[in-house]
Design a protein around this ligand. Sequence first.
Ligand code: AOF
Ligand code: ZN
Length: 334
Amino acid sequence: MDEHELFMERALVLARRGEGLTRPNPPVGAVLVENGKIISEGWHKKAGGPHAEVNCLKKVSGIGKSAVLYVTLEPCSTIGRTPPCTDLILERGIRRVVIGCKDPNPSHAGRGIRKLRRAGVDVVTGVCRKEAHALIVPFTKRMLTGLPFVTLKLGVTLDGRIADSSGTSQWITGPTARKKVQEMRRKVDAVMVGAGTVRADNPSLLPRPAKGRAPWRVVVGSDISEKSKVLTDEAAARTVIVDGSVKKALRALAKEHGVMHVLCEGGGELAGSLIRAGLVDEFMIFMAPSVLGGSGFPMFGKKGWSLPKMPRWVFQTLEKCGDDVLIRAVPEKE
Ligand code: AOF
Ligand code: ZN
């Protein structure tokens, strides 16, 4: 790893602290380096609040000529809720900026880089580009399509069952997998389930410990008890009931509440319908080394596909997760 990558990795770590907090803005991290040492750090905490660069630069007074600013995302160049970071960089006399990836926001894309270069700043781009891109995938999806990025997470047996014939699903996967799901809930803007899952498990759908994070809860189907946790707990105001088109509801959540990343946690019927609607961007399948057999609930519902029409995925990663296995996959592009 070269020096640029080392400091960009640190900026990425800082940026990740903002995941789940910044909607509709992307999580961004910045570090200021002088003589090979980090002298200041910052990250974006909230839309409307200071950008990562501002949080990083406000902590230092005199900035030396040799200082290098590392930012995971191209600095913004126009006035949004906050003034442009490119102006601040120039004002503070920074002569060298290292960027992770370009901002997909059409009102910035490439402009920030050009503006800095025109002012004589030495700009290096694409350092840790893959990771920097990966971090803002939900932001990019919403920005370019108006729809949030949907991760479908299911905990299944080896034979693809999510509950036994009585509807009991707790617990198919082990504590390590469940802990990982809590981490995932902390990073998203909304957690979605079908009404059947609310009836069967009465989940809160909130991350534990919450630590200031309160993703929207989305329940698809209206047939749930008034006493359900999602309707009665302290975060009840943030529950949306969808009794119609899921796509429309997701678009509205993206538009009105800046929701960029939705985690769907089942059940099978909703999972199947999301696939049919082409709404799933990523699959996270936790597979337990156990079997429920034919009477258990199938992970994608009762209705299937014919072989020529079956959905195909591309496996991305496969890892052991406690006693279970975590498969990350994405839909195959036609
Ligand atoms: C940066 N640094 O930390 C972030 C950036 O409304 P505003 O002023 O907050 O601007 C939002 C846009 O700025 C957002 O759509 C994205 O393009 C960029 N986000 N840019 O230089 C940051 N969060
Ligand atoms: Zn900015």
